[in-house]
Design a protein around this ligand. Sequence first.
Ligand SMILES: [Zn+2]
Length: 235
Amino acid sequence: MATLFQRSTIGALLAGIFDGDESVGELLKRGDFGLGTFNALDGEMVVLDGSCYHIRSDGSAEVADASNHTPFAAVTRFTAAHRFTVEDPTTRADLSRRIDEAGRSANITIAVRIAGRFSSITTRTVSAQTKPYPSLEEASRNETEIELRGVEGTLVGFRTPEFEHSIGVAGYHLHFLDSTRTRGGHMLDFTLAHGEVELMELTEIHLSLPTSGAFLTADLDPEDGAAQIRHAEGN
Ligand SMILES: [Zn+2]
């Protein structure tokens, strides 16, 4: 059974809980594919082919230190169960529709891997915050967007059902890593020139929650939480 392993919740990140106790080394034992962020909200995480990459606010990427920690991450052991090829330029919206149609149900989480040449891709990357931490929405307000054109690379992430909106980022949440694995970020928009889409349904979820610190007393499901997440994540 394909399992999603997730550390903490997007609701906790939204509430400004930016420090966790799961190390990159521990996370990589849980999966070889996925995304997240680092303690203090210090950049975006991509896990691809068993390596963890740390993307900084200038969009540069490097292999993450195994001793770094994450407050929020989701990984799986990726094996493509379904794949299709894209031969003509396809926008984010059109490709999302094709993936939706390829899946059995909007109520099942899908791991999504899109590798190919992107005519354009717009990303942003959060930057390290200092205590007292702001909310995710405040922290993501000042991010710079970076647009890359004519770049080879891979989008890594998940399509999460709406009903899980305070646990994961409902809808598509994808992080980009270029083929040289030196640039990337949280994807806001793209046009895929051509490439291959690989999908895998995840019907088991292992949710690992903090047992100390701010997590214990935070409001993890505020009334406008879904809207706040959409705003902070650019969905
Ligand atoms: Zn992200």
